[in-house]
Ligand binder design. Structure first.
Ligand code: NAD
Length: 264
């Protein structure tokens, strides 16, 4: 086929259901001819992921918990056997205790701080280490981040600190892997209603605020994140690495929206 991703093989990590950002990305890559493999976290999510993977003709669907190094090793050993090489990797994984995604950041517990950093930051580096070995001719890696890394957003708390670390890790890995023609980028998505987002306090209000104040005056959806991901994973972005690209209706550029000012 003539797709922009035809002949490319990619691993998608972080598909939970058909609301997942990973699903929007998988559909966009599939539409351009990519061959995909998926991982899922645990059997309960696996029940949802298998039929979705089948819809896109994927034959490789493997369990993986990024807190378990052995399970990551097993995924890449399996891919090595079945595919030999890998062209791209999508990391759409994050986690924090929802009890700490409300209230004050300063009250964050040490245990949840470590858990959040491990699952939401280190896991991208951990899978990049393994994927690098399967990209002898170069490749593209992509993770998902949020504006809460750059500015304080209500309730995002420890997740904002984690996303700041994740974005810094994108820059360091871009430098480390650039000589091998492996590009590392992030998409900073605006708020989208997903399973993970439902854990964030007042999420509906954050979405409404974004809709009312972003330049495009609306929210983005999974398909729009998918299209931008397809750009960063394909040769269209062959000169782009270390980038954090915002897909957020432009919200990140706004200082203040013009309104009729009250008399003061
Ligand atoms: P989602 O719930 O569909 O996906 C989150 C995924 O993380 C799930 O598939 C879950 O299984 C996986 N995960 C969590 N802990 C894991 C572990 N230990 N091992 C393996 N997988 C694990 O929600 P989503 O919103 O699509 O989230 C995908 C990414 O997008 C996350 O990094 C999230 O922070 C980011 N993001 C989301 C939004 C939003 O508004 N939804 C905005 C910007 C960034």
């Amino acid at each position: 086929s003539q797709g922009l991703m035809s002949g490319k093989k990619g691993l998608i990590m972080g598909l939970a259901n058909d609301k997942s950002i990973a699903w929007g990305i998988a559909q966009a890559c599939h539409a351009q001819g990519a061959e995909l493999a998926f991982t899922y976290q645990g059997d309960a999510l696996g029940k949802r992921v298998f039929p979705l993977a089948e819809q896109l003709g994927s034959k490789i669907v493997l369990p993986c918990d990024v807190q378990d190094a052995g399970s990551m090793d097993a995924v890449f050993e399996n891919l090595k056997e079945q595919w030999g090489k890998l062209d791209f990797l999508v990391h759409a994984i994050g986690f924090s205790d929802k009890n700490e995604l409300r209230g004050r950041y300063v009250d964050t517990s040490p245990a949840n701080f470590q858990l959040t950093m491990n699952v939401s930051v280190y896991s991208f580096t951990a899978v990049a280490q393994r994927a690098e070995k399967m990209m002898p001719d170069g490749g593209a890696m992509l993770t998902l981040t949020y504006f809460g890394a750059e500015r304080v957003m209500p309730h995002y708390n420890v997740m904002g600190v984690a996303k700041a670390g994740l974005e810094a890790s994108v820059r360091y890995m871009a430098m480390d892997l650039g000589p091998k023609n492996i590009r590392v980028n992030a998409l900073s998505a605006g708020p989208i209603k997903t399973l993970a987002a439902s854990g964030i306090g007042d999420f509906r209000y954050i979405m409404k605020w974004n809709e009312l104040n972003a330049p495009l005056r609306r929210n983005v959806d999974q398909a729009e994140v998918g299209k931008s991901a397809m750009y960063l994973l394909s040769d269209l972005s062959s000169g782009v690495t270390g980038e954090v690209h915002h897909v957020d209706s432009g919200y990140h550029v706004v200082g203040m929206k013009a309104e009729d000012a009250p008399d003061i």
